[in-house]
Design a protein around this ligand. Structure first.
Ligand code: ADP
Ligand code: MG
Length: 628
């Protein structure tokens, strides 16, 4: 039997579209506060918003008589005629939010119109309003939402942990604060201040307050116009690019949106300037006439449709490209000296030692290199002996937990921002002061040298010339090893734990997956704010890389669909991070091990499917020189 639903059931269904979780409530309430012309907005939540959400503003207020009307469906002061929909300048326009929110919670509103002598209050329960009462109040509006989803148990069941909800609200507050630098936003969670922007109208102040000093420092200003579209804001310098897209923030006419078009335009501007797997960060405001953008395409209003997509793309692309070019950004192919140094300098410790030994032992005669005399082409790198005799403040062990450590070896959390050198004890024993290099004699190939600090040039007995990408080859070897091994990875305890600043969502996803990270060799804990404290990292990861690695792992955890997919993505990250990098100075012996693996056919493609080696036959060379 087909029946029209009673209004309260229809309201609950409609509410589901707008009110998905606490963050959606906060979003709607804050957008109303912005639309009301406020200059200061305070947001408080308890228990991820499930306990309480309160948004207080100093905007225009609502007259007492209109308080109940504001909570009716399709009741809005922002829209009158159908034509108005084509030129929406406010954040809200559907007239649904207050109705939807009040349908699934208990709401109190206290409001006083600007210039009125007093205000009024109203209590609603499951959408049913009580009576309007006179009340003393400051100018503006305060809305309190309690017991969210109390009357929709099915929705309640889907709520994630409070920490995840808090993180979602926090991320949202950052975006809202960034979208309106002229408004001071204060966000308090469970009684503690989490965000407070000055509202001085400067985007850089808002970025500093919302996204942290480290991120703010990595930015360059950009500004440009193309046709009707103007673009302004900040982007990260190519060398400061990040492991995920989580720091790409776009606004269109003051509205935070997600847009593949804008992401693509931004990244196109960085083409050939950043390493694969790195993404630019940005806070970019795109402004265009309201008639050229349709905001009515998504119930949560997080997507928009542009009338002229090409124009918008070009404006963003050229603005980014031009500002990067003007800055004369250094190319990744010409890295800074401090970046080319192999900070870890411990290739052997990260290689599969067994494989290396087997190879070294397999030779008829071993040649020995006495350190600290470094090979001529390796003068930038500290000698192995020098490094190994360092009293490295690092303790390493296999699968033990931190509690198994003797007391005196426990890390002392003093200065959390310095990174000790990453030389794992256990692996150190595998590397004697004198290092053995595999015999040259037996190999059916010869290393001619290394070019661009990235490619090994090698000649094989059958008259071919090989170019081998050392990073890609090492990454593949690591990946295969990590995938095959069932053993927990060797770890290094950082004597001084590293404080890693992350964005709130990344932090929450990492904290939700601590046991998994533990299996990958990371011991982390919450350090308050945006910070995660890292006490242990896998032995073959550069401790200085811990932050970037965790950021990438967080992105793997949020993007992978199945557990298997996520695990695989994490293995990729770990393999990549543990690999020597293009641009690093390498020891000839390191290169030798890589060439051996490539020549034996064991390693052909990197885990992303790119070739590891390029081979030129003698005939091909002769053809190039017109000899054949
Ligand atoms: P919309 O924002 O789409 O108009 P809402 O349901 O969010 O719909 O709000 C309904 C109406 O209530 C708004 O149009 C506005 O007139 C009024 N209102 C809501 N919140 C505020 C506020 N914080 N200050 C002033 N007026 C408000
Ligand atoms: Mg609204």
């Amino acid at each position: 039997m087909i029946q029209q639903l009673p209004p309260h059931v229809a309201d609950l269904i409609a509410a589901g579209e707008v009110v998905e979780r606490p963050a959606s409530v906060v979003k709607e309430l804050v957008e109303n506060a912005i639309d009301a012309g406020s200059s200061a907005v305070v947001v408080e939540i308890r228990r991820g918003g499930m306990g309480l959400i309160r948004v207080t503003d100093n905007g225009c207020g609502i007259p007492p008589a209109e308080l109940p009307t504001a909570f009716l469906r399709h009741a809005t002061s922002k829209l009158r005629e159908p034509e108005d929909l084509e030129k929406i300048g406010t954040l809200g326009f559907r007239g649904e939010a207050l109705a939807a929110i009040s349908a699934v919670s208990r709401v109190d509103i206290l409001s006083r119109r600007r210039g009125d002598p007093a205000g009024a209050s109203l209590h609603l329960e499951g959408g049913v309003p009580g009576s309007v009462e006179d009340a003393g109040a400051p100018e503006g509006t305060a809305i309190t939402v309690q017991d969210l989803f109390y009357n929709t148990p099915a929705r309640l069941k889907f709520m994630r942990k409070d920490s995840a909800e808090t993180a979602a609200v926090n991320g949202l507050m950052q975006h809202l604060a960034l979208s309106h630098p002229d408004i001071s936003f204060q966000f308090r969670k469970d009684g503690a201040d989490a965000l407070h922007t000055p509202g001085d109208g400067r985007l850089e102040s808002a970025i500093y307050a919302a996204l942290g000093r480290d991120f703010a420092k990595s930015l360059t200003p950009v500004q440009g116009t193309g046709g009707d579209v103007s673009v302004s804001g900040f982007v990260t310098a190519p060398l400061q690019c990040r492991g995920s897209r989580s720091m790409q923030v776009f606004f269109v006419n003051g509205r935070f949106i997600k847009s593949q078009l804008l992401t693509a335009a931004l990244e196109e501007g960085y083409r050939n300037q950043i390493m694969k797997g790195k993404f630019p960060g940005c806070v970019l405001a795109v402004t265009l006439p309201v008639t050229l953008v349709d905001v009515n395409v998504h119930p949560a209003k997080t997507q928009v449709k542009f009338a002229g997509e090409r124009e918008v793309f070009d404006a963003v692309y050229h603005t980014v490209l031009d500002s990067l070019a003007a800055k004369g950004t250094p190319q990744p192919t010409a890295p800074q000296p401090e970046q080319v140094k192999n900070l870890r300098g411990d290739f052997f410790q990260s290689m599969d030692a067994k494989a290396y030994r087997a190879q070294a032992a397999g030779g008829a005669k071993s040649s020995t290199v006495h350190s600290p005399k470094p090979p001529a082409w390796n003068s930038e790198r500290p000698s192995a002996t020098a490094r190994l005799s360092d009293s490295a403040p690092v303790v390493s062990y296999g699968a033990k937990t931190r509690n198994d450590l003797p007391q005196e070896q426990k890390p002392v959390p003093e200065k959390p921002r310095t990174f000790p050198p990453a030389i794992p004890q256990a692996r150190r024993e595998e590397v004697p002061g004198q290092r053995t290099i595999a015999p040259v004699k037996e190999a059916p190939w010869r290393i001619a040298g290394e070019v661009l600090r990235t490619y090994i040039v090698c000649e094989s007995e059958d008259g071919c010339v090989w170019l081998i990408d050392k990073h890609a080859a090492h990454e593949r070897i690591n990946f295969d090893r990590l995938k095959a091994t069932q053993e927990p990875p060797a770890r290094q305890v950082l004597l001084t734990p590293a404080a890693v600043e992350l964005d709130e969502t990344d932090k929450a996803v990492l904290l939700d997956n601590l046991p998994l990270l533990e299996r990958f060799g990371f011991a982390c804990e919450d350090f308050g704010g945006r910070t995660v404290l890292v006490r242990e990292v896998p032995a073959d990861i550069d401790a200085a890389d811990a932050c970037a690695t965790l950021e990438e792992l967080a992105s793997c955890l949020t993007t992978g669909r199945s557990m298997e997919e996520r695990r695989e993505a994490m293995l990729h990250t770990m393999a990549c991070k543990a690999a020597i990098k293009g641009g690093w100075t390498s020891d000839p012996a390191e290169l030798r091990v890589l060439v051996e693996k490539v020549q034996s056919g064991e390693v052909q493609y990197c885990p992303h499917g790119r070739p590891v080696a390029v081979k030129l036959t003698k005939y091909e060379l002769e053809k190039m020189f017109k000899r054949a």
